[in-house]
Design a protein around this ligand. Structure first.
Ligand code: C2R
Length: 402
């Protein structure tokens, strides 16, 4: 199972004040399949990158991109344009590898395929300081770019070979061939660089985008051309892992609390899904999620809701899986209403109720890990290490008072 580690590229547009995220993108630096061979400028990319889920995307904005833009403004050197961050994800943590002040290649090709806006007005708004008047519209589909290179790249390679099949590739639905190292020789397009073309396709799923991009690559030919055959394979692998925990929130407004549960699940490498459903507002969908969960391989459901929180109870009514309830402090009663509504279930419908708010969400994550740890020795081992680490931290605090 992928372990929640990975590097990717995150771009934002900014006028120095407003920061608008573009979709993340993951590139492939090595020349050959399975990340073998020498380093290159990039042999392909895909977007979205499943290693960066909603929680980490929010974190990347809050902890990296917005502070960077605000920091530069505060120092009297506001930055306007595209800010690129190379990020390293490690479970629930994000570190910055590098910043660039441009779009990256070939990460940009999938991003531009998913960007529904015209880029020019956005760039003008970056210059004019009017970015707050714009919203970035993203195509939810996946995009995959395969870089078609000259034989020998990243070492010595020949130039000037005629390229055939460009029109046929561009005619494939949802496909665009980006030129990187090409030139005109009379009427024909010839190679003039190492990374010659970025063949990029959209698909309803990552697999569909991969299949379409490779079908387009097959139309293209020039002397000694080559490309990696495994672009996007990591995303497909990651997406194929079934979730073991379902995290259901009564509203998206509960996210800042429920992300504490997600951080713990990430620390334990427990795959989860997170969604919004309401016993009040979407009762059929809530019931459907609950009845389906066990069949999908989910082992525990965590429900977070505020106000008169009926969510955990209704979910528990429709499943035999253990349900953990997190009362959320979103109402004038600061979570007491949600606590009573969640904990006071009638006999026959147990909901294991956590504390109100963030500490409850944190504990729900640990509790879910404990349930999974009963049949998963790897998670059980991590729980033991987690407890030891917690005890060591307390001892360190105690020592500071000695
Ligand atoms: P909005 O912020 O969407 O108005 O929601 C949510 O969990 C949230 O804390 C306000 C609060 O209403 C809660 N809610 C429930 C349920 N559905 C939404 N308690 C439910 O099904 O119990």
């Amino acid at each position: 199972m992928p372990d929640g580690r990975g590097s990717l590229v995150y771009h934002v547009l900014t006028d120095g004040k407003t920061v608008l995220p573009l979709p993340e993108s993951q590139d492939h630096k090595r020349a050959l399949d399975n990340d073998e061979g020498p380093n290159t400028g990039g042999m392909g990319a895909y977007s979205p990158a499943p290693v960066l889920d909603h929680m980490l995307r929010t974190k990347a904005m809050k902890e990296v991109m917005i502070p960077a833009v605000q920091g530069m403004a505060k120092e009297g050197t506001p930055f306007k344009g595209v800010l690129y961050a190379g990020l390293m994800v490690n479970k629930d943590k994000i570190k910055v590898l590098e910043f660039n002040t441009r779009l990256g290649d070939p990460e940009t090709q999938p991003i531009l395929m998913r960007l529904k806006n015209d880029l020019v007005p956005l760039m003008e708004a970056c210059c004019n300081g009017t970015l707050h008047q714009h919203a970035v519209e993203i195509d939810p589909r996946a995009a995959v770019c395969v870089v078609v290179s000259a034989g020998g790249y990243p070492g010595a390679y020949e130039k000037g070979h005629a390229i055939s099949g460009l029109d046929a590739a561009n005619e494939i639905k949802g496909t665009m061939v980006f030129h990187a190292g090409t030139a005109m020789d009379g009427d024909s397009v010839v190679t003039s660089g190492g990374r010659v073309l970025g063949v990029t396709s959209l698909g309803d799923t990552v697999q569909q985008a991969i299949d379409t991009a490779y079908a387009a690559c097959e139309k293209i030919s020039f002397t000694d051309h080559f490309y990696r055959k495994d672009i996007g394979a990591k995303a497909v692998k990651r997406l194929s892992i079934p979730p073991k925990v379902g995290v259901i929130m009564g509203s998206d407004s509960d996210f800042s609390v429920m992300e504490k549960a997600l951080a713990i699940l990430k620390q334990f490498d427990i795959p989860y899904y997170v969604t919004v459903a309401s016993a009040h507002r979407t009762p059929d969908q809530a019931a459907r999620l609950a009845s389906q969960a066990k069949e999908d391989g989910v082992q525990v459901l965590i429900c977070g809701a505020g106000h008169a929180a009926h969510l955990a109870g209704v979910i528990a009514a429709h499943t035999t899986l253990p349900v953990l309830g997190v009362p959320i402090d979103s109402s004038a009663l600061q979570g007491l209403d949600a606590l009573l509504a969640t904990v006071q279930m009638p006999p026959g419908i147990p909901v294991s109720t956590m504390a109100i708010g963030k500490s409850g969400a944190h504990n729900a994550g640990i509790f879910a890990a404990q349930i999974i740890g009963l049949s998963d020795p790897t998670v059980a081992k991590k729980l033991t290490a987690f407890k030891k680490d917690m005890a060591a931290k307390v001892q360190k605090k105690a020592a500071s008072f000695a």
